[in-house]
Write a protein that binds this ligand. Structure first.
Ligand SMILES: [Zn+2]
Length: 323
């Protein structure tokens, strides 16, 4: 059984949540089935001797009935109609008793069978739920295969909160991002204390984003640190956008914007000055985290990024941003 609501647009976190919900429901059904199974066992232990006993009564009644029937036939053929009638009445009484015994047996058997059917239904439903749960999980993985790891150790933001943040991006970007992880370390480069870096995985040619411990976390509020984390992740995601989803022409266009700002050294952040890519990434991050600030800072940059962004949001397979 597949999903009925394929048109709805869930993020990965929501899809995984649904998958877990269905899995939990499945577990509940399995436990209910287990309870029924033990009820069945108890009932069977109670019923089985009774059924056996009734069966042996029925087995004894059958020849008794046969005998009475036969005798009745015999005396009738001998002309003794009165005796035949008595024997026939006795025979019917035995037959009635036999039917009552069978009815009692059948009632107990039906009760047992009914429980077995319920158990079967629970198992079938549980199986369907597990399939649906698996479908949601597969859909989630297809939407964004990028693993997110280690953030629970950051004590700032956990893996699920990162996933929720990633859900807000156009998902096709993550086809080019190998993994995003938190390393409870300080950035390797002692000259710039960076919260995050991205490098290429040589095998897949995709970006690997690594986030680091914030050395100054004692001095900052939690909100501030979360914001910085998000800014940094969005910045690193921006590198992938700049390299993989923009063509030479748009990169060159951004370079012109960057060069113009070099004249007066006016940039959205200090890091934006490092180069045209970092300028783009800082603006991309600002667009994601504080769009109003970017819009206020430079409408041209804001519009540029907005355009790149909306191209990425289109579901088509074409990756390059066209002018
Ligand atoms: Zn950068």
């Amino acid at each position: 059984m597949g999903r009925q609501d394929g048109k709805e647009n869930f993020g990965k976190v929501e899809l995984l949540r649904k998958s877990r919900e269905l899995h939990t429901k499945r577990q509940a059904l399995i436990s209910q089935a287990k309870i029924l199974k033990s009820e069945y066992k108890t009932l069977l232990e109670e019923f089985q001797p009774r059924i056996d006993n009734l069966q042996s009564i029925a087995n004894n009644l059958a020849p008794e009935f046969k005998r009475l029937y036969k005798e009745s036939q015999e005396v009738y053929s001998e002309g003794d109609g009165a005796s035949a009638k008595i024997l026939s009445i006795q025979g019917h009484a035995v037959q009635d008793k036999c039917e009552a015994v069978n009815a009692e047996t059948n009632a107990m058997r039906a009760q047992l069978k009914n429980i077995l059917n319920q158990i079967g239904n629970f198992h079938k439903k549980a199986e369907d739920l597990e399939t649906q749960s698996g479908n949601y999980r597969e859909e989630a993985e297809a939407l964004r295969p990028t693993p997110v790891r280690g953030f629970n150790a950051s004590k700032i933001i956990n893996n699920e909160e990162i996933e929720e943040f990633l859900d807000e991006f156009p998902q096709k970007i993550f086809k080019e991002i190998e993994s995003i992880r938190f390393s409870d370390n300080v950035s390797g480069n002692s000259f710039e204390m960076r919260l995050g870096i991205s490098h290429k995985d040589r095998r897949t040619n995709k970006s690997v984003i690594t986030m680091f411990r914030d050395l100054f976390r004692e001095e900052k509020s939690k909100e501030k640190m979360i914001e910085e984390f998000k800014m940094t992740i969005a910045h690193e995601v921006g590198h992938t956008v700049f390299e993989k989803f923009m063509d030479d022409k748009s990169r060159w266009k951004w370079g012109e914007v960057y060069q113009a700002s070099m004249l007066n050294k006016r940039f959205i952040t200090a890091q934006a000055e490092y180069g045209r890519a970092d300028d783009f990434c800082e603006c991309f991050a600002m667009f994601k985290v504080k769009p109003k600030k970017l819009e206020k800072f430079d409408e041209a940059r804001y519009d540029f990024i907005k355009k790149v962004y909306s191209t990425l949001e289109k579901t088509g397979e074409k990756n390059n941003e066209k002018d």
